[in-house]
Design a protein around this ligand. Sequence first.
Ligand code: PGA
Length: 261
Amino acid sequence: MTRTPLVAGNWKMNHTPTQAAAWCDALRAELAADELPEGIELGVAPAFPALPRVAAEIERGLPLTLIAQNAHRELSGAFTGEVSVPMLLDVGCRRVILGHSERRQLFGETDALIARKVRTAVDNHLPPILCIGETEQEREAGRTEVVLEQQLQRGLAEVAPEALDDLVVAYEPVWAIGTGRVATSDQVAAAHAFVRATYAAIAGADRAAGLRILYGGSVKPGNAAELAAIGDVDGFLVGGASLEAESFLAIARAMARTAPS
Ligand code: PGA
């Protein structure tokens, strides 16, 4: 089964709407000078206030999938400061990142809460990018596979497998995020193969064969080609290196070179 590679930028709490518009201009200029090959999906996850600006650029033809960085578990209500799935859909989002390790670690999100959010997103046709990954301590204790299996099983516990056709999973070892310490090719290959096998047990072999599994954690233009060559790597979730359109695109080009033509 062919899996269209996805390279998604996660801007986190960076880029004002004005800066987001400048990023889109830079991306457009880069693409005009040197088109990206067909067969790869690009996505970007701006902070909430910048979503409409980027949505407008997409409407004008910029080839990007608009992604939200988070969403609330409920559809509406008295939740001051929160943003709902219908709001994200209305503004043009087509995917939502859920379970990012910063949400888990800094904002106390549990697997149970993430599972509720996954259900709300799936039920309302905003497919999630579910992030999973072990901490350094967990890896050193030999618990990487236990943690990945738990996060995947628990995160998907509230949705039926047949509703998951558009799911994307991002494997992001916590110790590699924002640290410059990228996982080795062997570590990434083993983790991705394990995630696919685990997903097969949850949703069946066919769905597992079609599941896109992204790697995230200090992906840069200099290491993207090596990571992209790993068979079970179907794209990247890129933080720091996505803030500049040029380096984001360099990573996407490295991934595109492995895309089935
Ligand atoms: P990084 O972040 O590329 O800056 O390591 C990745 C992520 O958090 O998705």
